[in-house]
Design a protein around this ligand. Structure first.
Ligand SMILES: [Zn+2]
Ligand SMILES: [Zn+2]
Length: 183
């Protein structure tokens, strides 16, 4: 499997590299590349009333990009804007289940957002967890009832911090089978 990490809007390069490393560790026998392209944050994704961006809208742009890049099996977009989806106040990310595209937002992963002092290690760990989570959705893995599994649904940063950056055996097996069929 070949995965492209796509910068969406302004994102610090070291975060993209951190995400790349986290994914490479989790999914052996895959190629994870930070693409040289930068996709601007689609302006029509901005919801003026909410002051947030609609994740569906950004995700569909990432999907459109991925259809022009057949060399990648999956594209993971990384944005640093606050995103929401209908019915939820905010989300950390969104993905097409068994699809070609996923998105994570760094906005609510920064300790500073919670008025805590900057902590790059914690920030990167959170970004890696969300990246692994959303990419696994694109491999057909749903939410996992095990609270420590990275596929457990995170309703808050508290949940996100509690779970590990690892897939449980069952979820890992699902990703391995999906990756195997992609070649
Ligand atoms: Zn999820
Ligand atoms: Zn699991």
């Amino acid at each position: 499997m070949k995965v492209g990490i796509l910068q969406v809007g302004q994102v610090t390069p070291e975060v993209l590299v951190g995400i790349q490393e986290g994914l490479a560790k989790t999914f052996p026998d895959t190629t994870i590349v930070v693409t040289k392209d930068v996709m601007p944050v689609p302006e029509d994704a901005f919801d003026k009333k909410r002051g947030q961006y609609n994740s569906n809208n950004i995700l569909s742009c990432i999907k459109a990009y991925s259809s022009k890049k057949p060399e990648f099996h999956r594209i993971l977009g990384v944005a640093d804007v606050d995103i929401f989806t209908s019915g939820l106040n905010y989300v950390f990310g969104e993905a097409y289940v068994s699809g070609g595209a996923a998105l994570i937002s760094l906005w609510r992963l920064k300790p500073l957002f919670y008025k805590e002092k900057p902590n790059l290690a914690l920030f990167l760990l959170r970004a890696q967890k969300e990246a692994i989570h959303e990419l696994s959705h694109t491999l057909g893995v749903g939410h996992c009832p095990r609270s420590m599994c990275v596929m457990h649904f995170s309703n808050s940063i508290f949940d996100a911090d509690r779970k590990q950056s690892l897939l449980c055996d069952e979820c890992y097996l699902q990703t391995a089978i999906a990756i195997n069929t992609l070649g």
